[in-house]
Write a protein that binds this ligand. Structure first.
Ligand code: ATP
Ligand code: GAR
Ligand code: MG
Length: 390
């Protein structure tokens, strides 16, 4: 009837592409999120609307559908419930422990820095403004303050002078998820560039995609490109660190392992035990996208060496205000940038409402160099306009 039944927890743009990939392999997907008509629900077989932080609702959904695979798509999930079901014999992707550790910056940081001995930025945790001040003494300024539970840069700020610490603490507390009033104070790394190393852990072992470079604003990704030129030594260091983390977390799937790269060092930042937003570029750049690879690894299918077609970039399409009624125009104009020498694609996620800085779509472009691909992706994204009514 179907290859496997998947319960997808979180149904945004990353989930939507994962659903498309897994449905192509004949899976039946139940997409869950806290609001109706979320992107992945639009392409899934069934949908359930509830908060992933509501333990009872999550239990009910798992009991009702009894999936072969429970696939987290967002960070904020009642991970104790995932553990409960994993203990009963359900498969959580990649593992309940991975979901729980990565949801909490302090837990994954402890694993990486203390247990595995990976190079990270200096850091301290803080649960009050006084502790934030002490943390900043330890790391020095500038420093970066982030809630231990948050994603896409929410509640994150870079502090340059001591008088900004209070504002940063207040912002972090106001924008954190979950119920722990706790932040991480991190040394600011003046990196040359940063990368996501997509790392696949499958039955066949650990393999990698070419490193993805990206540029972030407000802690949220604006553009990404592939490949990123790196020295063999630095790339080997990144691969070694990524392997240590994913082998420790266990399970099968793709992981987006984030690193800061300085002149002579690779510094581990964090990771997602699932497809990564900066990896949207792989929808155009590779013969198998990060979503195809995740689906294959989860289903136990072969993972051949991944083929990168050539320099490719992605640029995000963001809303600039909150609205329920809006239109997206300019798809034709954006796609007109495609030619016999360059592929251009646009993916519109179908989110039902906008809010300031919400990612509504992504433009993808190839080029003869990474610079050219980035320029073209940016141009295509700029041609897509969101117009608001009322
Ligand atoms: N210690 C640091 N030094 C310099 N820049 C930093 C530091 N920490 C974070 N940043 C910048 O902020 C970005 C977002 O940080 P981080 O990945 O920790 O946040 P996030 O909320 O988990 O984002 P996401 O969930 O989208 O990955 C980083 O990619 C980097 O550009
Ligand atoms: N960095 C994590 C990330 O990119 N997550 C992606 O964004 C969606 C939430 O978007 P929304 O906030 O617009 O609903 C998530 O569901 C996931 O696809
Ligand atoms: Mg990140």
């Amino acid at each position: 009837m179907f290859t496997a039944k998947i319960l997808l927890l979180g149904s945004g743009e990353l989930g939507k592409e994962f659903v498309i990939s897994s449905k192509r392999y004949g899976c039946h997907v139940v997409a869950c999120d806290s609001y109706a008509n979320a992107p992945a629900m639009q392409v899934a077989d069934e949908a359930e609307v509830f908060s992933m932080l509501d333990a009872d609702a999550l239990r009910q959904a798992i009991e009702k559908h009894r999936p072969d695979f429970i696939v987290p798509e967002i960070e904020a999930i009642r991970t104790e419930v995932l553990q409960e079901f994993e203990d009963k014999g359900f498969t959580v992707v990649p593992s309940a422990r991975a979901a729980s550790l990565t949801m909490n910056r302090d837990r994954i940081r402890e694993l990486a820095a203390t247990e595995l001995g990976l190079r990270t930025s200096k850091y301290r945790y803080a649960e009050s403004l006084e502790e934030v001040r002490a943390g900043a003494e330890h790391t020095g300024l500038p420093c970066v303050i982030k809630p231990v539970m948050s994603s896409s840069g929410k509640g994150q700020s870079t502090v340059r002078t001591a008088d900004q610490l209070e504002q940063a603490w207040n912002d972090a507390v106001a924008n954190m998820r979950g119920d722990r009033k706790k932040v991480i104070v991190e040394e600011f790394i003046a990196f040359e560039y940063e990368i996501t190393l997509l790392t696949i852990r499958s039955r066949e072992g650990v393999s990698f995609c070419e490193p993805i470079g990206h540029r972030q604003e407000r802690g949220d990704y604006q553009e990404s490109w592939q490949p990123t030129p790196m020295t063999e030594k630095l790339l080997a260091d990144a691969k070694e660190m990524a392997t240590k983390v994913v082998d420790n977390l266990g399970g099968y799937g793709i992981f987006g392992v984030e690193f800061f790269v300085t002149r002579d060092e690779v510094i581990f930042s964090e990771l997602s035990p699932r497809p990564h937003d900066t990896g949207l570029v792989t929808l155009l750049s590779q013969n198998l996208s990060e979503f195809d690879l995740h689906a294959r690894a989860v289903l136990g299918l072969p993972i051949p060496p991944v083929r990168l077609y050539g320099p490719t970039a992605s640029a995000v399409i963001l809303a600039d205000r909150e609205a329920e009624r809006f239109e997206i125009r300019g798809l034709r104009e954006a796609l007109e940038l495609g030619s016999k020498d360059a592929d251009v694609e646009v993916r519109l996620f179908g989110k039902p409402t906008t809010r300031k800085h919400r990612r509504m779509g992504v433009a993808l472009a190839s080029g003869s160099t990474v610079e050219e691909a980035r320029e073209r992706a940016r141009q295509a994204a700029d041609r897509v306009q969101i117009t608001y009514e009322g």
